[in-house]
Design a protein around this ligand. Structure first.
Ligand code: OAD
Length: 259
């Protein structure tokens, strides 16, 4: 019912979740917005409104200007370190505790789901708090602790302390790169068997993450619940669209699940 009030839609969504054995939760930048982490595509404040991803988020950009890319990621990393999980993240961790089997699949690199207490999290686009060798000289990924070796902090990025020939880079997935194969495989396997997929705070435009709700619906017949203040690319296939902020909608959903 298109004109159904939000409270009654949240009740419908909670009823779907209550009946389900397996629930996937796919999140995007919107879930962290209320923590103070900018999204990518929101009008005015989204990163990609102000920066060009081709200058900052591709391997070619890093090769062209490693220091610029390094400093952009370090500024994001420092911001992520100074913010806290918000009620949306906390509610997702609570849904994990209330239902039999829940898998959180996130496109976010900020680690806020884990910090909010989520235990099963697949990070499709990596983790901005980690670093690795650009050439993955010791296997994929070759993670590097920046405090484990001496380097000139006034002249970043450092060279890999193992191969000494490739730069250290953030452990995130850039445009044109493949997702970590294990993470993607686990996510695809789970969504094709889940009964409900709760999609939160994503524009649904970046593949392959954006295809997960479609896979869930097509292969497992899953119900799709979409949470977003504005309609996104998933809304048209959603069984329930909860138009609102995740930090407000999800705590209300948890309240109903507990009742
Ligand atoms: P986007 O910035 O594309 O979309 C964020 C979505 O969150 C939008 O649809 C907003 O309407 C919604 N939103 C804003 N505030 C919200 C709130 N309080 N509660 C819920 N939703 C809210 O971010 P993603 O879809 O995550 O990839 O972007 C996907 C990928 O594109 C990112 O992982 C990143 C980016 O380029 C890489 O860097 C590889």
């Amino acid at each position: 019912m298109p004109n159904q009030p939000l409270t009654s839609r949240i009740e419908d969504a909670a009823a779907m979740l209550r009946k389900a054995q397996k629930v996937a939760i796919l999140t995007g930048a919107g879930v962290s917005k209320e923590s103070g982490v900018p999204t990518f595509r929101d009008a005015l404040e989204g990163y990609w409104q102000n920066y060009n991803p081709e200058d900052l988020a591709t391997p070619a950009a890093f090769k062209r200007n490693p220091r610029l890319v390094w400093e952009w990621y370090e500024s994001r990393r420092s911001r992520v370190g100074s913010v806290q999980p918000n009620p949306g993240h906390v509610a997702i961790a609570e849904i994990e505790r209330l239902l039999p089997e829940v898998l959180v699949i996130t496109q976010n690199v900020d680690g806020l789901h884990r910090r909010a207490g989520s235990r099963e999290v697949i990070e499709l686009h990596g983790d901005i708090t980690q670093h690795k060798c650009f050439d993955d000289c010791k296997g994929n990924p070759t993670l590097i602790d920046l405090d484990s070796f001496v380097w000139d902090k006034s002249n970043p990025p450092p060279y890999c302390p193992h191969c000494h020939s490739a730069y250290v880079r953030p452990n995130v997935v850039w445009f044109t790169e493949a997702l970590p194969p294990d993470a993607l495989h686990r996510a695809l396997d789970f969504v094709s068997r889940c009964e409900v997929i709760l999609v939160v705070g994503t524009s649904g435009v970046v593949q392959p993450a954006a295809s997960l709700p479609y896979q869930a619906k097509r292969y497992g017949g899953a119900k799709v619940i979409d949470v977003n203040p504005i309609p996104d690319e998933i809304t048209s296939i959603a069984d329930v669209f909860l138009q609102g902020r995740s930090g407000e909608v999800l705590p209300e959903m948890v309240r109903l699940l507990r009742a």
